[in-house]
Design a protein around this ligand. Structure first.
Ligand code: ADP
Ligand code: PMV
Ligand code: MG
Length: 333
């Protein structure tokens, strides 16, 4: 039997990092996907082929106590940890051990704040659980995806695996979510081309929090409050122009607070300011930061903002919200 599953990337519109501390956040799945094909093999090992992750042609096999590297790339085991943990968790859930080959192709830039780790975990859980005959709901897949991120990163709010498994536009807090109405958001994502590790950035914020809780706690509280305000604006009956203006202001405040937490970089802030100067109503980091992506809200100015991002040295991407989360593309007997 062979199963092909896919799961989407996401942007966090408001509330990254503070969501790890139990505050709410708002995120949307977007139309970039990771595809995972899973099939049984006869040699009893787990074999992972990650074709387009930035260690090209990476292939690693492992059995219970050994890892077999088929390339020279030293960080291979670490790079594939989300996939390995996802496969292990599904096997535990199914209470079965069998040789499985998993092949991954992805449209999502890695370490760019677009949730590639969650998408690869969710698509792997989706494909492998179907292969083992488990019928998991999207919510159950999201919970397992959260466990994968906790195992690999040490900390995770669970927002990324939830959005990737469920799809659409979500308000999320401590493992629970509310679907928000999908509105057409005129956004532009700007990619700096560099990456940041979520594990390291979350640890950096934690360190500051532990050293100076009296300074960091009010920042996180403000972030939580601005997310509540953003939810109110999204659900209000205002006309679109007013909504976008208010959301843009909240995005700018959120960016300033993320900068205060120490997760921005010069390149990210360059793209943020270039977007605002080109007419965006708001612009902020999306995801963990330390490199990766920002996004801008730019009604009627998307092409001007895309050009400004390019001139400032970034790569613009015009994306849409994806209503669909985890998708089983094919399941062949
Ligand atoms: N296509 C892929 N194949 C295998 N692992 C992947 C793939 N995409 C992402 N990952 C895993 O996710 C990690 C990046 O996750 P993270 O630091 O959370 O950044 P982000 O989720 O913002 O892209 C990579 O180092 C790798 O371990
Ligand atoms: C920083 C954080 O809020 C979002 C991380 O997103 P990404 O891995 O950078 O796409 C962490 C989390 O919510 O678990
Ligand atoms: Mg991630």
């Amino acid at each position: 039997m062979r199963v092909l599953a896919s799961a989407p990337a996401k942007i966090i519109l408001f509330g990254e990092h503070s969501v790890v501390y139990g505050k709410p956040a708002i995120a949307a799945a977007i139309d970039l996907r990771t595809y995972v094909k899973a099939e049984f093999n006869k040699n009893g090992r787990i074999r992972i082929e990650a074709k387009d992750i930035r260690t090209p042609g990476l292939t690693v096999s492992f059995s219970e106590d050994q890892i077999y590297f088929e390339t020279d790339y030293g960080k291979a085991a670490e790079v594939l940890s989300y996939v390995r943990e996802a496969i292990n968790l599904v096997m535990k859930e199914a209470d079965k051990q069998r040789g499985v080959t998993v092949s991954i192709t992805s449209q999502i830039p890695v370490g760019a704040g677009l949730g590639s780790s969650a998408a690869v975990a969710v698509a792997t859980i989706g494909a492998v659980s179907k292969l083992f005959g488990l019928e998991l709901t999207p919510e159950e897949v999201a919970k397992l995806g959260h466990k994968v991120e906790l195992l690999v990163q040490g900390a995770s709010s669970g927002i990324d695996p939830t959005v990737s498994a469920i799809g659409g536009f979500l308000y999320y807090q401590k493992g629970s979510f509310e679907r928000l109405p999908v509105i057409e958001l005129p956004i532009v994502v700007g990619y700096t081309g560099s990456s940041g590790s979520t594990k390291e950035l979350v640890a950096k914020v934690r360190k500051n929090y532990e050293e100076m809780p009296e300074i960091i706690e009010p920042i996180l509280t403000s972030m939580g409050k601005l997310v509540e305000k953003a939810r109110e604006v999204i659900l209000a009956e205002y006309d679109r122009e007013i909504k976008f203006k208010l959301l843009g202001t909240l995005m700018n405040i959120n960016h300033g607070l993320l900068d205060a937490l120490g997760v921005s970089t010069k390149s990210l802030s360059d793209l943020v300011y270039a977007s605002r100067e080109a007419g965006a109503l708001g612009a902020k980091i999306t995801g963990a930061g330390g490199g990766g992506c920002m996004y801008a809200l730019a009604p009627r100015k998307q092409s001007e903002v895309a050009t400004a991002i390019k001139i400032a040295g970034g790569m613009p991407m015009i994306t849409k919200i994806s209503r669909e989360g985890l998708r089983i593309e094919e399941a062949e007997k």
